[in-house]
Design a protein around this ligand. Structure first.
Ligand code: URP
Ligand code: ZN
Ligand code: ZN
Ligand code: ZN
Length: 484
């Protein structure tokens, strides 16, 4: 059966034009005027764009003594409702655990996904087994990205020598290292000091993670990546200090990418001053929300191209889960939701305000990350042969964001009460119409794992440059006698 999306304007990262799109077997088979098929989707007045890709989500994630509440079913359903057709989750081996064993656990969790997905592999410890398994992960398991937590001391955190070893291995395998950049040692000390002083509310979470600690760690990761000749992707870049380090590195020719979150772009640290404990705790995430100056810096990064991707870090905990941290902010599970709201919020606060263009919107929600993850143009494109992961975007549809009507499993929404204009009329996942305005037609288990090949081009260029500029012993003809 063929489907034709008719009467819309195609908007991609680099083009805007009127054409119909014909879909067969889950792929785009034709683009042009006056197409017809078995089924027609009316796109009059709409923009036909590549579905969103959220490269940073944690579905059913074991973390801080609990599990994040959205699983692959509700998480991908939330994504589709907001125009996101693919997510990338993080496989997290426990320290000492085999990467392959952990991957088996993540494979089991993801079978109910409604939309396509992929995994990043986290490096949470270092040893010969990890070194060896990284090659299998890249060459046999379709994963070309490795995540490193520079925070969460005593849990997921790795230190500089572990990162140096792992980044080196990534470079050799043509894989991309990712970092959560915060100085975890200093955060741990600041948490202990604040608690000892009786500062135990959710606002102290933000006090314990100042922007300088993110800037320092971002810069440190960049220096380590450069030392081994690896590219680097910095997740949840939340502040000017981190953005400054990324900007400078890029200006110096390094392949460094930065990923602000929709939460950091649109919500600020005044949320933690709310007298309602639940309100503040529901917004506890790492890095924390920052002030307006940092937000302006992130928007400027998207505008100028020094930051490339807008994600959510969707990691949803219920109010009851958050309350584990009453009396001790370090026990509040870290994480916020956003999968359903990323695209409408970015359209409303980015495109509708004139901060970014429609084409830039497509670039930062889909195309840029598809290129970075090496899945372009199968994903992130409206091209013949590409997967029919498409959002038919109605720029006139509006709603007020509310937990009462959301797909996510949790009992609140950090964007509660925000009025958004710009919503999907249809969201298609490999040709299946999963969303028709407010009607949910998702198919549990429809989502497939998307394998990603390594990046031979970037890593061989960086490796070649490393060889060209490597230290070399000076060969001398006359060597003086040693000693006295
Ligand atoms: O607070 C956050 N961001 N929770 C999810 C885990 C992480 O650090 O990305
Ligand atoms: Zn060490
Ligand atoms: Zn993180
Ligand atoms: Zn995360």
């Amino acid at each position: 059966m063929t489907t034709v999306i008719k009467g819309g304007t195609i908007v991609t990262a680099d083009l805007t034009y009127k054409a119909d799109v014909k879909i067969d077997g889950g792929r785009i088979v034709e683009i042009g005027p006056n197409l017809s098929g078995d089924e027609t989707l009316d796109a009059t007045g709409c923009y036909v764009m590549p579905g969103g890709i959220d490269p940073h989500v944690h579905l059913e994630m074991p973390f801080m003594g609990t599990y994040s509440s959205d699983d692959f079913e509700s998480g991908t359903r939330a994504g589709l409702a907001g125009g996101t057709t693919m997510v990338v989750d993080f496989c997290l081996p426990s320290p000492g655990q085999s990467l392959l064993e952990a991957l088996q656990m993540w494979d089991n969790k993801s079978t109910r996904a409604n939309a396509d997905y992929s995994f990043h592999m986290a490096i949470t410890w270092w040893g010969e087994q990890v070194f060896d398994e990284m090659e299998i992960v890249v060459k046999e398991k379709g994963i070309n990205t490795f995540k490193h937590f520079m925070a969460y001391k005593g849990a997921l955190m790795v230190d500089d020598d572990e990162m140096f070893s792992s980044f080196q291995r990534c470079a050799a395998l043509g894989a991309l290292p990712l970092v959560h950049a915060e100085n975890g040692d200093v955060v741990a000390q600041m948490q202990a000091k604040l608690l000892a002083e009786g500062n135990n509310g959710p606002e102290a979470h933000a006090y314990s993670r100042p922007a300088e600690l993110e800037g320092e760690a971002t810069n440190r990761a960049i220096i380590i990546a450069n030392a081994v000749g690896a590219p680097l992707y910095v997740v949840h870049t939340s502040c000017e200090q981190a953005h400054e380090a990324i900007r400078r590195a890029r200006q110096n020719g390094m392949r460094v990418y930065g990923e602000p979150l929709i939460q950091h772009l649109t919500l600020d640290d005044s949320e933690y001053a709310n007298p309602d404990w639940d309100h503040a705790a529901r917004r506890v995430m790492s890095p924390p929300f920052r002030n307006k100056l940092h937000q302006d810096s992130l928007w400027a990064g998207l505008q100028s191209g020094s930051l490339q991707v807008v994600a959510t870090d969707h990691c949803a905990f219920t109010t009851a889960q958050k309350r584990t941290g009453v009396g001790d902010f370090t026990k509040i599970p870290n994480g916020t939701g956003g999968l359903e709201d990323r695209m409408p919020m970015l359209w409303t606060y980015g495109v509708a305000t004139g901060r970014i263009t429609m084409n830039e919107f497509v670039a930062v929600t889909s195309t840029n990350i598809a290129k970075i993850l090496n899945i372009y143009p199968r994903k992130g494109a409206i091209l013949v042969g590409a997967d029919a992961d498409i959002v038919v975007w109605d720029p006139k549809r509006s709603k007020t964001i509310s937990a009462a009507s959301q797909q996510s499993a949790i009992d609140y929404n950090v964007f509660e009460g925000k009025a958004v204009t710009g919503l999907p009329r249809y969201t298609l996942t490999r040709g299946h119409v999963a969303i028709e305005e407010t009607t949910i037609k998702t198919r549990e288990g429809h989502g497939q794992f998307i394998a990603r090949e390594p990046f031979p081009a970037v890593s061989s260029a960086l490796t070649k440059w490393k060889e060209v500029t490597a230290p070399r012993k000076v060969q001398r003809s006359g060597i003086p006698a040693s000693g006295v």
